[in-house]
Write a protein that binds this ligand. Structure first.
Ligand code: KG4
Ligand code: ZN
Length: 356
């Protein structure tokens, strides 16, 4: 018998609901919030209010697009964290009420795990999914991590950013160029028209598999500031080349670490996930690395790269199979506690080895 799951995503500024039938997506509705554009970033209080307004219509749309009745649902999965607390509370509270009203289990989902598990959505029968163990580069607005997956929920972070996330590097660079939020997709669009070798920016030198993007952002800022002193039209005259050059630098940093992670672990099954995985330069460079390094790569569909509820529903599906249900007392978390704990474990392992 098929399993129907309703997924709800409300961790940041997109309200999304999706219905899946086993691993197939029947609907995936996303309401973007435009209110943040003029503020140059997400305003948490406005985000929670917009979720409150959007959630019922978005869920209604997801159910009708899936052509199912809510009574057919086997469970409701929702994002517990990480994200903005006020935003998460809207989705979590809705899921609690929905689960109580329909007398179906509710399933909490970690947003980052969901980004990775989006690779297991099978929209068609021939869809190839990663084979464990595989590596996933998770690149979003709040996170940049290389995760080693041994099983659906057995994940180990083997590299992470020590400051800004890759998405922030894109968004902050865009802001320096006077582009509206979120700047990542705009940089991608303008970069297509520019020369990526026009300008060179220093790549961060961070040991192991960790990342850092705050130095790059500062050098980009100083570079632009100095050029504007010489020519007030510098940005306008060079916008496309600037976008292409900064994009190339960010992507180079990501790909180099991914290659290092593959060499270190011996794993050649490589995936990317999260909003920045929609970036065309990253996708192109991954394809180049695949040929060079003999990798098998997994690139999510654009609609499953950026925040969406289908990924929450698929993560919920695998938890449903394990009967991992939540209770009504569950409360959202803003920061990635689960992932931090795993990182601590890795540090502990190193400490043990060092003390031998
Ligand atoms: O995963 P996501 O939708 O939300 C978070 O969980 O943070 O990621 C959003 C991030 C933003 O920083 C946005 O600028 C970036 O993904 N992004 C892109 C592109 N599309 C979205 N960055 C570069 N190129 C893109 N095409
Ligand atoms: Zn995300």
């Amino acid at each position: 018998m098929s399993i129907y799951i309703l997924g709800i995503e409300s961790s940041c500024d997109d309200t999304s609901a999706s219905v899946i039938k086993d691993t197939k997506v029947l609907s995936n509705i996303i309401a973007n919030q435009e209110v943040h554009r003029e503020f140059g970033g997400v305003v948490p209080e406005l985000a929670s209010r917009a979720h409150q307004q959007n959630i019922i219509p978005v869920i209604d749309k997801a159910l009708s697009a899936a052509k199912i009745n809510k009574k057919q649902l086997n469970a409701v999965a929702f994002t517990l964290g990480p994200g903005l607390l006020g935003s998460l509370l809207v989705g979590t509270s809705f899921a609690k009420a929905f689960s109580l009203g329909l007398n179906i289990p509710m399933i909490e989902v970690n947003h980052l795990q969901a980004h990775i598990l989006s690779h297991f959505i099978r929209d068609n029968k021939d869809k190839k999914v990663p084979i464990f163990p595989f590596l996933c580069l998770v690149v979003s607005g709040g996170h940049t991590q290389i995760v080693l997956l041994k099983d659906y929920f057995e994940m180990e972070i083997i590299g992470r950013t020590i400051d800004d996330a890759a998405g922030e590097a894109f968004d902050k660079s865009a802001k320096i160029l006077g582009l509206p939020y979120p700047g990542g997709p705009l940089i991608d669009k303008y970069a297509e028209l520019g020369n990526k070798n026009a300008f060179t920016f220093p790549e961060p030198k961070i040991p192991n598999l960790d990342f850092s993007f705050s130095g790059l952002k500062t050098s980009f800022l100083y570079f632009i500031r100095d050029r504007l002193k010489e020519n007030p039209n510098f940005i306008d005259n060079n916008l496309y080349d600037l976008c292409a050059s900064i994009q190339k630098t960010i992507v180079r940093v990501l790909i180099k670490k991914l290659i290092k992670a593959s060499e270190k672990t011996g794993i050649k099954e490589i995936a990317i996930a999260g909003g920045v995985s929609a970036n065309s330069e990253l996708r192109n460079e991954l394809i180049k690395a695949q040929k060079l390094k003999n990798w098998t790569i997994f690139i999510p569909k654009i609609e499953y790269s950026t925040d969406n509820a289908a990924m929450i529903a698929i993560a919920g599906y695998y938890k449903y199979l394990r009967k991992e249900f939540s209770n009504q007392g569950v409360s959202p978390f803003a920061r990635d506690i689960v992932f931090n704990m795993r990182k601590k474990k890795i540090i502990d392992k190193k400490e043990i080895e060092n003390n031998k």
